[in-house]
Design a protein around this ligand. Sequence first.
Ligand code: DHE
Length: 499
Amino acid sequence: MKCMRSLLFGFAFFVAGAALADPAPDAAKRYAEHCASCHGAGRLGGIGPALLPENLSRLRRGEAVKVITQGRAASQMAGFSGKLAAAEIEALADFIYTPLAQTPVWGAKEIAATRVRHVPSAKLPARPVFEADPHNLFVVVELGDHHATILDGDRFEPIHRFATRFALHGGPKFSPTGRFVYFASRDGWISKFDLYSLKTVAEVRAGLNTRNLAVSGDGRTLLVGNYLPHSLVLLDATDLRVIKVIPTVGQDGVSSRVSAVYQAEPRGSFVAALKDTREVWEIDYTKRDFPVRRIAVDDYLDDFFFDQSYKLLIGSARDSHKGQVVDLDSGQKIAELALPGMPHLGSGITWDYQGHPVMATPNMKAGVVSVIDMQTWQTVKEIKTLGPGFFMRSHENTRYAWTDGFATGDPASRDVMHLIDKDTLEVAHVLRPEPGKTAAHVEFTRDGKYALVSIWENDGALVIYDADTLREVKRIPMKKPSGKYNVYNKITRSAGTSH
Ligand code: DHE
């Protein structure tokens, strides 16, 4: 029997002889026979991913049918066209896209039961087991085969590569010293990785469909935000023990998904945005009962970021053309922002322009980067790009802000990187790291001298540029590298990167 720690939505089936088509195939029965041992009797996932509509939202039904029929290359998922009839495969696809009759219970008990401690803290080495600046390491997430690479940011040599949980999403988050990195998968697995020993230390499944995680500024606590169930989960950062599960129900009684969570270290708090009720929650992580402060907001928030002081929250709903600025001290909205087309504020960055702090964000549905004055909250400029972008990055020591054009997958723009001059707000250069192949997501070395760009393809690469001369200095083959994260830039909360 061959099960999989599957690659993109590989479905594991066990074949009990050739199946004949029923007039009305019993999908639940077929699921129990062929899928349940890997994907869980309740479709909540096991060694294979969860097969619930929430978790499948990024996979079109037709693609799911194709995967069941043909299997998926580079995974253990075999095709079942010869073993299950087409109607049975169609029925199975319908089945996995059908919501569960009841929201599964995933509370402290269920979470605790999943916790695995791979390496006890006492066994961890005092120093890194490799020769490289531990603060200039990059953690590179490779979505193509669900791995991560630890890269030496001085020599641009991979130090270590390891399997991650299925479908990581959001930026991995670092402990304050940069020694540990925490990953969240869309299926809710939280993994703690030790960058000194290069080992996964502990894992726990904090949700069934998870958005992202945050690490408290004192490094003691993690907060995980979930879509399924509707909850926030506090974990002990040392060993991932569950501290508390907080159901996310608004004052209006509406049970809500969590859009995103972040830490606000200068405030000693976590901040969580709710997707289905107009509230932002601030949780004081310095108090052991983690009190929740509710802040009413004008609109639902899908995404947000902070100014560098963490006093202001800048958030927006994806389908809105407006953003809102909320003063976290007073809990009041202080300004509205004009944002033309689905900003991706998690990628927002800030810099000084003519003596004023400005924020900039790509828009996923419009080929413009919005640059907004953070004192007047007026749009300074909408910089036209070749297509809608997803990620944006810069660094204090570099003159350009880099943004991609891959949000819509449009062939005309998906292979470009725009370099925006932070002084003139003009696109100064357009690079095509590999014509015809998707280019996305940039991160800088700790000194800002080099920019690392992903060729976001299964046979992709990391392309390293001198950020000043724009000369390519190295190309490292990788499997669909997505985000890459420099330890120093993250733990010092560089204005040019996501926090
Ligand atoms: Fe992301 C970060 C939301 C789709 C890759 N994405 C984030 C964050 C949010 C978010 C709120 C910030 C969290 C953090 O870093 O802690 N993303 C969303 C969506 O709502 C959206 C549009 C739909 C969804 O399915 O969730 C979405 N995201 C995608 C993708 O399709 C991407 C391109 C591929 C993938 O991995 O699924 C993708 N998102 C990323 C990455 C980051 C991210 C690589 C981290 C950015 C960073 O550099 O910090």
